[in-house]
Design a protein around this ligand. Structure first.
Ligand SMILES: Nc1ncnc2c1ncn2[C@@H]1O[C@H](COP(=O)(O)OP(=O)(O)OP(=O)(O)O)[C@@H](O)[C@H]1O
Ligand SMILES: [Mg+2]
Length: 206
């Protein structure tokens, strides 16, 4: 687990548009946090940045679309990456006529990620983009990990379920389409179902 409490989503980093060798890019900068000891702060920020860069690459190798990293500045804790033209899924979903198909594509992307042994760590529709070409791109891997266990994967889906329900009340059919596509694509889906059941029961009795 983390050594600190994570501030609200989006509070850790600043993302702004830039260019890299003539290509549209974004810079994601993790600025120092005054409430942490400076050395600890620097090491947390660097670890998250490295983790994010590594997992984005690993995910892409597993066939899951993620932004291509163009440059990394360890000192400034900045990653320059491909700018995904499109919309945050959180904003796109409620108004799209294609929401069922989009959610099924999300389910397949997450299944491919998990089958590659990667858990995302913050699976919300704010960390997914609907690219202009209609594809799904996953972003914000800083809380993720590789060599994910069944527990990590179950927790990833459990968080997605809660985040989706709170961000998109009324899109129950869309969530069902997501999970249906996930379970169809995922290897050994019964392991995930078992974990989810276990996680739900834990929540009920603690
Ligand atoms: N590669 C990208 N292309 C286009 N937009 C992006 C890209 N990366 C991030 N964004 C936009 O910036 C927002 C914040 O990015 P991100 O989720 O990576 O940061 P964060 O939530 O602040 O970070 P963290 O949780 O790592 O502290 C995203 O929701 C998205 O709208
Ligand atoms: Mg985010």
């Amino acid at each position: 687990m983390d050594t600190d409490n994570r501030p609200a989503v989006g509070a850790e980093a600043t993302v702004f548009e830039t260019a890299f060798l003539g290509r549209d890019a974004v810079a994601k900068v993790r600025s120092p946090k005054g409430y942490r000891h400076p050395d600890l702060d620097a090491s947390i920020r660097r670890a998250r940045m490295r983790n994010e860069v590594r997992l984005m690459r690993d995910a892409r190798r597993a066939g899951v679309r993620t932004p291509v990293v163009y440059d990394v500045d360890v000192e400034k804790c900045t990653v320059i990456m491909e700018r995904i033209e499109g919309e945050k899924l959180k904003d796109a979903l409620d108004s799209s006529d294609l929401s069922l198909a989009i959610c099924a594509a999300v389910g397949r992307a997450v299944a491919a990620l998990h089958d590659a042994g990667i858990c995302h760590g913050d699976l919300t529709t704010s960390n997914m983009m609907l690219a202009a070409d209609g594809g799904i791109c996953l972003i914000d891997f800083s809380m993720g990990k590789s060599a994910a266990t069944a527990e990590d994967i179950g927790v990833d889906i459990g968080l997605l379920e809660r985040a989706f329900a709170s961000a998109h009340p009324g899109l129950e059919r869309q969530y069902a389409a997501l999970i249906d596509a996930y379970m169809k694509k995922k290897k050994r889906p019964e392991e995930v179902l078992k974990k989810l059941e276990e996680i739900r029961n834990r929540g009920r009795y603690t």
